[in-house]
Design a protein around this ligand. Sequence first.
Ligand SMILES: Nc1ncnc2c1ncn2[C@@H]1O[C@H](COP(=O)(O)OP(=O)(O)O)[C@@H](O)[C@H]1O
Ligand SMILES: [Mg+2]
Length: 237
Amino acid sequence: MMGKPVIEIRNLSKIFRRDSFEVVALENANLTVEAGEFLCLMGPSGSGKTTLLNIIAGIDRPTSGELRVLGEDVARLDEDRLAAWRNAHIGFVFQTFNLIPVLTAYENVELPLLLTRLSAAERQKHVLAALELVGLADRIRHYPRQLSGGQEQRVAIARAIVSDPTLLVADEPTGDLDAHSAEEILDILSRLNREFKKTIVMVTHDPRAAHYATVTRHLEKGQLLPLEPESRQVAER
Ligand SMILES: Nc1ncnc2c1ncn2[C@@H]1O[C@H](COP(=O)(O)OP(=O)(O)O)[C@@H](O)[C@H]1O
Ligand SMILES: [Mg+2]
């Protein structure tokens, strides 16, 4: 795996067309993310951050350009293969948590594993380990409405990592949280990066987030600005 980037993007563009109206959401973006990096994508609202993240994660497809994620030419996979690829390799964390309200924390985290061949006993081992890692071992029977926003997001992170994906993508994971909960979430993501060697791509407005990332890139009006040498840093503890 040495020297093989997790994400390689060349001249990537995304144009949304509605009737005769066009929005250039992303224009000729170039990006390389190496294994073990924690990339922070910043930029104003509407600059194309979510579009880029969704294309990387195989949720959306580019209009033109080249894209390889974990060695796979994801834009060319058909829907079934794409879904299988996402389940196997990508963990998602969203701003609004997206937990299922009628399921407990445990059941929410178990959900991705129901698509695998793991036995019930193996699933339980993984679910408890993931909830333990985010500090919620004592909340497994709670429903989302019985949890704080920060706790809900920690359940969402447990769900994202329970199948041990190589790449984690997070779209404004602290956007709906108070400052204290936001820092807890950033700490967990940073730990997943440093201790568990997860490659992470995180979209954020949060200026504190850049301190946790190993590299920060800025988007402006669909343009991914060139990497500034000083923006690749040793992550702060
Ligand atoms: N599904 C869509 N249809 C049409 N336009 C879209 C769609 N998704 C995003 N856009 C447009 O693309 C641009 C970038 O959007 P987005 O990637 O969501 O920005 P950000 O996440 O940085 O706020 C915006 O102008 C937005 O309105
Ligand atoms: Mg967005």
